[in-house]
Design a protein around this ligand. Structure first.
Ligand SMILES: Cc1cc2nc3c(=O)[nH]c(=O)nc-3n(C[C@H](O)[C@H](O)[C@H](O)COP(=O)(O)O)c2cc1C
Length: 158
């Protein structure tokens, strides 16, 4: 693998892929247990003069509890064969009953600027710290989690 770090304000370089592809969000309990959830609802941009990824997570998801009560960080992992292989699985199984990292044989890499790991086989990986949350209002029951991008990585096979 080769790895390139991009400035967190340079997200427009990969905007097309970010917006079109479903993603795997990784979050972590305080005891270090990582959970993975497939997400389709996400956006990226600048808010409060900061580079921000916003995700919408339903309260029924185990990941919701982890984001609320666990480490206040997440990573968003997009594209590449490593992600395509696990999108269905992580979108149809819950971390309440299975350890998706183990059962889907997911290889993790330590985060550089957050304690939540990124996924080794992802083409793009974004490290975020949660700085704000908000309800979706009347639209859905999902809660919006606003993550300030700390760093982003493009991983390509050597
Ligand atoms: C393609 C796809 C996109 C999804 N997008 C979202 C989403 O944006 N937000 C959400 O809360 N759930 C979304 N889901 C549902 C969760 O991935 C699913 O309920 C998952 O099993 C929850 O896992 P957890 O209980 O470990 O958090 C999506 C599922 C799929 C298959």
């Amino acid at each position: 693998m080769t790895e390139f770090t991009c400035n967190s304000f340079d997200f427009q370089d990969h905007l097309d892929e970010f917006l079109k592809e479903n993603a795997i969000l990784a979050c972590m309990e305080r005891n270090g247990r990582v959970n993975l959830i497939t997400i389709g609802w996400k956006t990226i941009g600048v808010l409060w003069s900061r580079p921000i990824i916003t995700v919408a997570i339903h309260p029924d998801r185990y990941s919701y509890k982890v984001l609320e009560e666990g480490v206040p960080e997440f990573t968003v992992n997009i594209g590449g064969p490593g992600i395509a292989a696990i999108l269905n699985y992580c979108g149809s199984h819950s971390g309440r009953t299975v350890d998706k990292v183990k059962s889907a044989h997911v290889e993790l890499r330590p985060g550089q600027n957050v304690s939540v790991p990124i996924i080794k086989g992802a083409h793009l990986a974004y490290e975020c710290k949660i700085i704000h949350t908000a309800p979706s209002g009347n639209i859905t029951r999902h809660k919006l989690f606003f993550g300030e991008i700390q760093d982003c990585f493009e991983q390509n096979p050597a």
